[in-house]
Design a protein around this ligand. Structure first.
Ligand code: ATP
Ligand code: MG
Length: 328
C-alpha cells in the first residue's frame, strides 16, 4: 500500500495566507506523492465558541478552497470529520490512553487558554490532541504534512501509538510528521513575532480579501530597522516573513529569494511581494467563486465521506477487538 498522506484544516475562521502556503499550495505535490486523505476538522472547530451559521459558512468556504487549490476528487478523499462517526467512536476509547499531565503541556492548549477565563475552557479544548490522534490513526496515515504549530500534536499521537501497541500488539500505524522547508510558519504582518492564525486574526491576509486590501496589507506590513532585504528572523522578523512568503509562493529557496533583492529598498521589495501574492490569489479566488456558485463541493464531500468511512471502520474494529469490546 502506498503511504497515506493525511491533513486537515479546522473551519474556525477565514482561511489565511498561512493556510494557503502551509497546506493548499502544496496540494498538487502531495497528490503526486501518495494516497491523500484530506478532511475538514469541523468537530475541532467546536473547541472554541463559534456561531453555527459562521461554522457552516466556514465549512463551505474551506471545501471550496480545497477544490480551488486543485484537489482532484478522483485521487483524493475529501470529507467532513463529523460525517464519519468513527472519529468520535475511536475518541471515546483513546481518551483513556493519553494522560492529563501530557495534555496540559501542549503549547496550543496553553496558548489558547492563556487568553480565556478558566470557567469557559471546554473539556474538548483540553482533549483536542486525543481526537486529532484518532483522526490520524483511523486512516493508517504515514505522512502528516504540518506547520510548526502542529508538530507537538503529531508527537503526542506517536506516543499514543507506542503506548497502545506496546499493550495490545501492532494495532495502530506509526505516523510521521513532515515539516515544510519554506513557510512552515507564516507570521502576522502587523506583529511578525506571532503566527498568522485564522482564529486569532491579527495582521492576517485572508484568502477572501479583495486584491486592493491584499496590496495595502503588504505595503503596510511591519518592517525592521536597517534597509537591507536579508533573511534574519531574529533581528529582522518582518522582512524575513515577507521573504518567506515570496519564496514559498515562487517555490524557490530563501537564499535565491534574497539574491533577487540585493540592493533593493524595502518599498520596492514590498511591491514585488504584493504583486506576487496578488498574481497567486486572484485566479485562485475566481476558481473558488465558481465552486461556491455551482456547489461542486457537495457531491465531493458526500462521496468522500463514504470512502473515508470504508477506511476508518476496519481500524475502529481492530481497536475495539484489541481492547476487549465484545462484538455480538
Ligand atoms: P486556528 O487559529 O484555528 O488554529 P490556523 O490558521 O492555525 O487556525 P489550523 O486549522 O490550526 O489553522 O491549521 C491548518 C493547517 O494550516 C495546518 O497544517 C497548519 O500547520 C497550517 N498553518 C496554520 N497556520 C499557519 C501559518 N501561519 N503558516 C504555515 N502554516 C500554517
Ligand atoms: Mg492552528
Amino acid at each position: 500500500m502506498a503511504d497515506r498522506i493525511l491533513t486537515g484544516i479546522k473551519p474556525t475562521g477565514q482561511l489565511t495566507l498561512g493556510n494557503y502556503i502551509g497546506v493548499l499550495k502544496r496540494l498538487p505535490q502531495m497528490m503526486d506523492r501518495g494516497e491523500c486523505i484530506f478532511f475538514i476538522a469541523d468537530l475541532h472547530a467546536l473547541t472554541l465558541p463559534i456561531d453555527p451559521q459562521v461554522l457552516r459558512q466556514n465549512t463551505i468556504d474551506l471545501a471550496s478552497f480545497y477544490l480551488a487549490a486543485g484537489l482532484d476528487p478522483e485521487r483524493v478523499t475529501l470529507f467532513l470529520q463529523s460525517s464519519v462517526s468513527e472519529h468520535a467512536e475511536l475518541n471515546a476509547i483513546m481518551q483513556n490512553y493519553l494522560y492529563m499531565g501530557e495534555l496540559s503541556r501542549m503549547t496550543q492548549f496553553k496558548d489558547k487558554v492563556s487568553k480565556m477565563n478558566e470557567s469557559a475552557i471546554g473539556l474538548g479544548l483540553f482533549a483536542y490532541p486525543v481526537l486529532m490522534a484518532c483522526d490520524i490513526v483511523l486512516y493508517d496515515a504515514a505522512i502528516i504534512p504540518v506547520g510548526e504549530d502542529q508538530v507537538q500534536h503529531v508527537e503526542i499521537t506517536r506516543d499514543l501509538v507506542n503506548r497502545f501497541n506496546n499493550r495490545y500488539g501492532k494495532i495502530l500505524k506509526m505516523p510521521n510528521y513532515e515539516l515544510r522547508k519554506v513557510g512552515a510558519r507564516i507570521m502576522s504582518l502587523s506583529d511578525p513575532t506571532v503566527k498568522m492564525s485564522k482564529s486569532d486574526p491579527k495582521g492576517d491576509i485572508f484568502l477572501k480579501d479583495d486584491m486592493k486590501t491584499v496590496r495595502k496589507k503588504i505595503m503596510s506590513a511591519v518592517t525592521d530597522l536597517g534597509c537591507e532585504v536579508k533573511y534574519d528572523p531574529e533581528n529582522k522578523p518582518g522582512i524575513s516573513n515577507l521573504l518567506t512568503i515570496y519564496a514559498a509562493l515562487k517555490d524557490i529557496s530563501i537564499e535565491d529569494a534574497e539574491k533577487e533583492f540585493v540592493g533593493k529598498r524595502y518599498g520596492e521589495f514590498k511591491t514585488v511581494v504584493a504583486d506576487t501574492v496578488v498574481a497567486e490569489l486572484e485566479p485562485f479566488q475566481k476558481r473558488y467563486q465558481e465552486i461556491v456558485e455551482t456547489k461542486a463541493y457537495e457531491k465531493v464531500l458526500r462521496d468522500g465521506a463514504v470512502k473515508a468511512k470504508a477506511m476508518a471502520k476496519p481500524t475502529l474494529e481492530r481497536v475495539q477487538e484489541a481492547v476487549g469490546l465484545l462484538k455480538i
